[in-house]
Design a protein around this ligand. Structure first.
Ligand code: GLU
Length: 445
């Protein structure tokens, strides 16, 4: 760590105690961009690093609701509005018991650079609650969402802040949130993305993060004259991102041999083909079941309470939560022949894991580049809403594909080190420079 990075981080940690995920996300970006900041007087004079790591606004609010037994429950709601230099704040809402202000600051910080990389006019934000939908009825989820929106509505708007989904927030939750926003404002606008297809949503939005990550992998492999065809692939997670990654990898000729959820990992050496994937989608999205049922149905191995990192593969897509792939697991993947890692989730690899991949010259794509397809398609949903029209599937998919190719190209341009591409530096530098220049142009605000 350079002296400048060390000093900056010491100040940041003192100012934002007990927020380890935020420190981790900032540290990674600061490592990449400090050489640029040190040689760009305008960035130093405008205190860009100090300003970019301070959210423009943090909202924290009480979310009271009544459960099915008539008991009053109280959760905590947040919206972190990180940066609006490039457009309205944009980023998802996460409903999970692990949500804290520090987690949302890390996610909003990542989102700011991710959104910049898409090339679309979106600032960065993130929000959510420590509410956990597991074991709650639909009516309980609805009452919670309505209460959450009863406070949030006054802080958001189609040109102010446009939330979307993240962990624990899917189509059902977006529907309940949108319904309450519309009632309170008496306006039908594109204030949330990830809406239903009949009421303002965009085709491909559901698939976009997984498809986008796979398109990104395709671009990385193409640099080496390679492709996903015939590759053995593992995917962690079993949510929206993971399952749509499996779908696109299958389409491009790869074979996915593992996915995992809270209960453990399925190991299916024959591959999770289209039929098995259809079963899994029904199991996860509609029945809200466990992958144990997959293992029983298809008579495959099931690694209890484990992730797939022990399984040999060519390409890995970590698509679960943050810090779920550590240094030892990264080394094991490398030892077993994995040469390409594409983050479908936000910061799923620990700093030790990232270092192991980069030292071994693994093709490693950080989430802020590889999983940007989700928010990019949210940007396309905003554009369609603003024009009061809907594009067809082909059109949205082509635009998504074009955006992923362009993010890849940008990462190569900013991250090339001889024959190797450091996608971490590439993504951090390109995203940072774009936001920093916009901040300078808009003065000290
Ligand atoms: N939560 C997603 C992300 O991490 C999507 C955000 C959005 O569509 O606004 O990028």
């Amino acid at each position: 760590m350079s002296k400048a990075v060390e000093t900056f981080m010491a100040d940041l940690i003192a100012k934002n105690p007990s927020e380890p995920q935020f420190h981790q996300a900032v540290h990674e970006v600061v490592e990449s961009v400090m050489p640029i900041v040190e040689t760009t007087p305008a960035f130093r004079q405008a205190k860009i690093l100090e300003r970019i790591t301070e959210p423009e606004r943090v909202l924290m609010f009480r979310v009271p609701w009544v459960d099915d037994k008539g008991q009053v429950q109280v959760n905590r709601g947040f919206r972190v509005q990180l940066n609006s230099a490039l457009g309205p704040y944009k980023g998802g809402l996460r409903f999970h018991s692990t949500v804290t202000l520090g987690v949302l600051k890390f996610l909003g910080f990542e989102q700011t650079f991710k959104n910049a990389l898409t090339g679309l006019p979106m600032g960065g934000g993130k929000g959510g609650s420590d509410f956990d939908a597991r074991g709650k009825s639909d009516m309980e989820v609805m009452r919670f969402c309505q209460s959450f929106m009863m406070e949030l509505f006054r802080h958001i708007g189609p040109d102010t802040d446009v939330p979307a989904g993240d962990l624990g927030v899917g189509g059902r939750e977006i529907g309940y949130l949108f319904g309450m926003y519309k009632k309170l404002r008496n306006e039908f606008t594109g204030v949330l993305t990830g809406k239903g297809l009949d009421w303002g949503g965009s085709l491909i939005r559901t698939e976009a993060t997984g498809y986008g990550a796979t398109y990104f992998a395709q671009e990385m492999l193409a640099v080496r004259g390679d492709s996903l065809k015939g590759k053995t692939v593992i995917v962690s997670g079993a949510g929206n991102v993971a399952l749509h990654t499996v779908e696109k990898v299958n389409e491009l000729g790869g074979k996915v041999v593992s996915i995992c959820d809270y209960d453990g990992a399925v190991h299916d050496p024959d591959g999770i083909d289209a039929d098995k994937l259809a079963y899994t989608k029904e199991l996860v999205f509609n029945k809200r079941g466990s992958l144990k049922q997959y293992a029983e149905k298809y008579k495959t191995a099931f690694l209890e309470r484990a992730q797939p990192w022990t399984i040999p593969c060519d390409v890995a897509f970590p698509c679960a939560a943050e810090n779920t792939l550590n240094g030892d697991q990264a080394k094991l993947l490398i030892k077993n022949g994995c040469f390409c890692v594409v983050e479908g989730a936000n910061m799923p690899t620990t700093p030790e894991g990232v270092t192991a991949f980069l030292e071994a010259k693994v093709l490693f794509a950080p989430g802020k580049a590889a999983n940007a397809g989700g928010v990019a398609t949210s940007g396309l949903e905003m554009a369609q809403n603003a024009m009061h029209l809907s594009w067809g599937r082909e059109e949205v998919d082509q635009r998504l594909h074009g955006i992923m190719k362009s993010i890849h190209k940008t990462c190569v341009e900013y991250g090339k080190e001889g024959n190797f591409v450091n996608y971490v530096d590439g993504a951090n530098r390109a995203g940072f420079i774009k936001v920093a220049n916009a901040m300078i142009a808009q003065g000290i605000v």
